[in-house]
Write a protein that binds this ligand. Structure first.
Ligand SMILES: NC(=O)c1ccc[n+]([C@@H]2O[C@H](COP(=O)([O-])OP(=O)(O)OC[C@H]3O[C@@H](n4cnc5c(N)ncnc54)[C@H](OP(=O)(O)O)[C@@H]3O)[C@@H](O)[C@H]2O)c1
Length: 347
């Protein structure tokens, strides 16, 4: 038991609730502070509109929610931010204060001094934290947008094997991705919405940053074309993405399956408390993955990939990727990243 004191910013939201759920009984991190906006001054158990299928953990029910201000974070060892991106400017203050932070908001994701990391994909980018340390700030790291996670995680071993040239994706995104209460029921039931503000831009820029290379202390974005179409669908949890990837090399479908199946992020990631047994699960059924059956694979931390087939030419591959947006795509991914930062002594 390490017992690091943790603050959750925006703890009543869809992602904040996942943090509360996943940190309950965590071997290293203990929730000490929860912040909010409209819920400030109330006990967590009274303020939160709990939308998860476990009970609210007893340890946080009586915790009084405080303002999202630096003075309320003094004494904590680590901050998890699940603030709306437009309300997250305090993250800059936290970074400058030297309190370790992992954020799910997009506010600092594209800052060239801040690593944007999926532990299985680009743990080497954490070297930016050494540069932050020398500058007397941080450590601050960010987790990607939930849709980008489901794209980049399976692409990593494929890019390593065949070298990605272009990417064309269409997403089918769950309503919990819009937070709580999110999309009005009248808009989404019996419907889908072919527009999610800023989502396509996030997929495009974040995938290039994460698959980019660290050169002389800077991330050089990967140089592939990205086209994305993002659609909200009437599914509660779990983002599905249809991926069409073109590579520099020819791709044999069975070989690609072996590459995905055999993906190993290394013992430093595999041994972390929140690491799933398999980060990528290959499904052979003709109609999987599906949100209802696959969102909780690996306790929500695995990404399931299926319908792997050849595209229009020998260098292209089509497949479906699916993962839990508030677990792997948000709180769970951020906790795994914080565990990696701790194990590498950045925290
Ligand atoms: N949902 C997902 O699947 C997902 C996945 C990846 C990343 N993200 C990102 O994670 C962040 C949170 O998303 P969410 O879905 O959890 O949103 P949400 O359900 O709308 O929750 C927002 C939370 O932030 C708090 N808040 C709002 N304005 C604030 C302010 N000005 N100061 C302090 N606290 C404030 C709210 O507190 P009160 O209740 O007290 O007002 C609430 O706890 C966003 O940046 C989002 O883009 C979400």
């Amino acid at each position: 038991m390490i017992g690091l004191k943790v603050a959750i910013l925006g703890g009543t939201g869809a992602v904040g609730q996942r943090f509360v759920q996943l940190l309950n009984g965590h071997p290293w991190f203990e929730i000490e502070v929860i912040t909010g906006k409209t819920s400030v001054g109330k006990k967590y158990g009274d303020a939160v509109n709990w939308i998860l299928d476990s009970d609210i953990p007893e340890q946080v029910k009586d915790l009084v929610i405080v303002e999202t201000e630096l003075r309320n974070l003094r004494g904590v060892d680590l901050v998890f931010s699940s603030l709306p991106s437009g309300e997250a400017s305090i993250e800059r203050e936290i970074m400058n204060s030297g309190i370790p932070m992992v954020s799910n908001s997009s506010f600092l994701r594209m800052d060239p001094t801040v690593p944007l990391v999926i532990p299985e994909v680009n743990k080497d980018h954490l070297a930016l934290l050494d540069i932050q340390r020398k500058a007397g700030v941080g450590p601050t790291a960010t987790s990607p947008n939930c849709t980008t996670t489901m794209i980049v995680l399976p692409l990593k071993p494929l890019d390593d094997s065949y070298s990605l040239r272009s990417l064309n994706v269409a997403s089918y995104q769950a309503v919990s991705g819009a937070g709580y209460p999110g999309v009005p029921s009248y808009d989404i039931i019996n419907n889908l919405i072919p527009f999610i503000s800023e989502e396509e831009e996030k997929v495009e820029r974040e995938s290039r940053k994460m698959l980019g290379k660290l050169v002389d202390g800077k991330i050089e974005n990967a140089d592939f074309d990205v086209q994305a179409t993002c659609v909200r669908v009437p599914v509660l949890d779990g983002h599905t993405v249809a991926i069409h990837a073109e590579f520099e090399e020819e791709v044999d479908v069975e070989d690609a399956k072996r590459v995905l199946e055999g993906f190993d992020p290394g013992p430093d990631v595999r041994s972390l408390p929140s690491s799933p047994e398999k980060a990528i699960i290959v499904r052979e059924e003709r109609d999987r993955p599906q949100p209802r059956y696959d969102r909780l694979a690996g306790k929500g931390m695995s990404v399931s990939v299926g319908r792997i087939r050849r595209g229009a030419n020998k260098r292209s591959l089509l497949f479906i990727s699916h993962g839990h947006n508030t677990i792997r795509g948000a709180a769970g991914g951020a906790i795994l990243l914080a565990e990696l930062m701790r194990s590498k002594k950045f925290i």
